[in-house]
Design a protein around this ligand. Structure first.
Ligand SMILES: CC(C)(COP(=O)(O)OP(=O)(O)OC[C@H]1O[C@@H](n2cnc3c(N)ncnc32)[C@H](O)[C@@H]1OP(=O)(O)O)[C@@H](O)C(=O)NCCC(=O)NCCS
Length: 208
């Protein structure tokens, strides 16, 4: 569906569910993502997938490695707010499986898709204060702004950790040096308008 430099992003398939349970249960992922959940059973994923597939405010997507076609992570849009045209987004990749740079590639694809195909104008997320890779990918590589800091907001490692609120508008995406490339990856080349089909052809010139 969305083809980047390193990854492809497509809807979640039933055959991805065991991988997605594995991803959610992986310690390095569990410690770095903001939300917390009980450990997941692989066979519990089917209900979860069916529930979320029917939710118009959520679109979960699988990230695959372009070289192998194998799932390496997940991303998507959550809490889609059609009135304010905004949504939450996130990405999680399996450590050791996703190629280096897959995070930024996934984020750029989701930004181009959300802003230029879905029709949103603002994406937002939250990042734990120790998550250097996520801050590197979203803020340094993909032009997101840190809009605020919630102090002692999230319980992790038995400590209360700070949380950065981050966001990007379509204009932030447009200002990135790679914006045109990712726009074309998602939407194809922008076509010029055809001349007005209702316009009458020029009258032939008459000479007297
Ligand atoms: C966050 C995540 C998606 C980033 O993916 P990624 O493929 O590592 O990201 P990228 O390589 O595209 O970009 C990360 C940038 O941060 C840098 N970075 C990574 N770890 C870093 C660290 N410990 N300190 C400083 N910079 C770091 C990288 O060098 C890279 O910058 P560069 O390309 O300029 O060198 C991935 O690490 C992941 O899934 N982590 C587990 C789940 C998670 O934290 N999800 C995000 C929740 S908000």
């Amino acid at each position: 569906m969305l083809t980047g430099r390193l990854v492809e992003i497509r809807p979640v398939l039933a055959e991805d569910l065991a991988f997605l349970a594995d991803l959610a249960n992986t310690r390095q992922v569990r410690t770095h993502v903001v939300g917390w959940d009980w450990p997941l059973a692989a066979d519990g994923q089917r209900d979860w997938h069916q529930r979320s597939a029917g939710d118009p405010r959520t679109r979960r997507l699988t990230v695959t490695d372009r070289a192998t076609g194998e799932p390496v992570g997940m991303t998507g849009l959550w809490d889609v707010d059609w009135h304010n045209r905004s949504a939450l987004t996130a990405v999680k990749l399996m450590p050791g499986l996703a190629p280096r740079g897959a995070g930024s590639d996934s984020i750029m694809l989701v930004m181009a898709w959300a802003f230029y195909e879905v029709g949103l104008r603002r994406l937002h997320s939250t990042i734990l204060d120790f998550n250097a890779a996520s801050l590197g990918a979203y803020v340094r590589r993909c032009g997101w702004r840190v809009e605020g800091r919630e102090v002692a907001s999230v319980f992790r490692f038995g400590q209360w950790r700070d949380l950065f609120r981050v966001a990007a508008l379509r204009a932030d995406f447009d200002a990135l040096p790679d914006a045109a490339e990712y726009l074309e990856r998602v939407c194809g080349p922008v076509r010029p308008a055809v001349p007005d089909p209702a316009a009458r052809p020029d009258e032939p010139l008459t000479t007297s």
